[in-house]
Ligand binder design. Structure first.
Ligand SMILES: Nc1ncnc2c1ncn2[C@@H]1O[C@H](COP(=O)(O)OP(=O)(O)OP(=O)(O)O)[C@@H](O)[C@H]1O
Ligand SMILES: [Mg+2]
Length: 243
């Protein structure tokens, strides 16, 4: 099997004044194309720090992060920005849509920045994504005219339309009620199944366990459990990690 993402001995230390905060203390992880994984663990254990490193948003203090065989830990800021734009789609807890633009314009802007608006083949993908997320009829509205769940689906479309190698979602249902959380998580699963989109989701939601192939549990800056295991075991693992 090929490997899309390979993380080797990654350490991330933040310096706050004279204090060093060790957010990641030696993380090793590999992800194959088409996987859908959940990252779980208590607040402060390093989940967001790991996502920032995986998505080339920050450089690790030491270690290697290979995405599609390229070590992003060694790149300068400019190259990292370009790499991130081309390869990674982010979805955050806050939807971060531009308030003065319609949903369609928000998605189109992402395509322009990426350059895929010039690719006629990509148009078909956009239509497929809008249907899958069931937001086609909402695209003329501005964010203020959409519910939280709908805004998050537009934010997911914005991340997915550029066809990134990797989607990273950091607590994407953190601002949603349970019904909308379920809808959004199911849509991530559909994107993964139908479009073979590789997805890593940070969540505190134990319900995600039944939807993912793999639960990665973190504690104190380390991965303490990484299960591509039976559904019952995943559910148990997610239940513990979600507490
Ligand atoms: N920019 C930063 N500067 C200094 N310390 C930071 C920074 N970002 C995170 N930390 C610290 O690093 C540790 C890991 O934080 P991180 O945000 O990765 O945790 P998390 O698992 O995502 O938590 P949560 O579930 O609350 O989002 C924490 O001790 C946090 O205080
Ligand atoms: Mg976090």
């Amino acid at each position: 099997m090929s490997v899309l993402l390979e993380v080797v001995d990654v350490v991330k230390t933040y310096t706050v004044g004279t204090v060093a905060v060790e957010a990641l203390r030696g993380v090793n992880l590999s992800v194959e194309p088409g996987e859908m994984a959940a990252v779980m663990g208590p607040s402060g254990c390093g989940k967001s720090s790991l996502m920032h490193v995986l998505g080339a948003m920050t450089r690790p203090t030491s270690g290697r992060v290979l995405i599609d065989g390229v070590n992003v830990a060694e790149m300068g800021d400019g190259a990292r920005t370009a790499f991130r734009r081309d390869k990674v789609g982010f979805v955050f807890q806050k939807f971060n849509l531009l308030p003065t633009l319609t949903a369609r314009a928000n998605v189109e802007l992402a395509r322009r920045i990426h350059g895929s608006h010039r690719d006629p083949e990509a148009d078909g993908r956009v239509e497929q994504v809008l249907d899958l997320l069931r937001i086609r009829d909402l695209m003329g509205r501005r964010p203020v005219e959409l519910s939280g769940g709908e805004q998050q689906r537009v934010a997911i479309a914005r991340a997915v339309v550029k066809h990134p190698a990797l989607i990273l979602a950091d607590e994407p249902t953190g601002n949603l009620d349970s019904k909308n959380s379920e809808i959004v998580l199911n849509m991530f699963r559909e994107l993964n199944r139908r479009m073979a989109q590789t997805i890593i989701i940070v969540t505190h939601n134990p319900d995600l366990a039944s939807l993912v192939d793999r639960v990665i549990e973190m504690m104190d800056g380390r991965i303490v459990r990484d299960g591509r295991s039976a559904p019952a075991e995943i559910a148990e693992s997610a239940r513990r990690a979600g507490q």
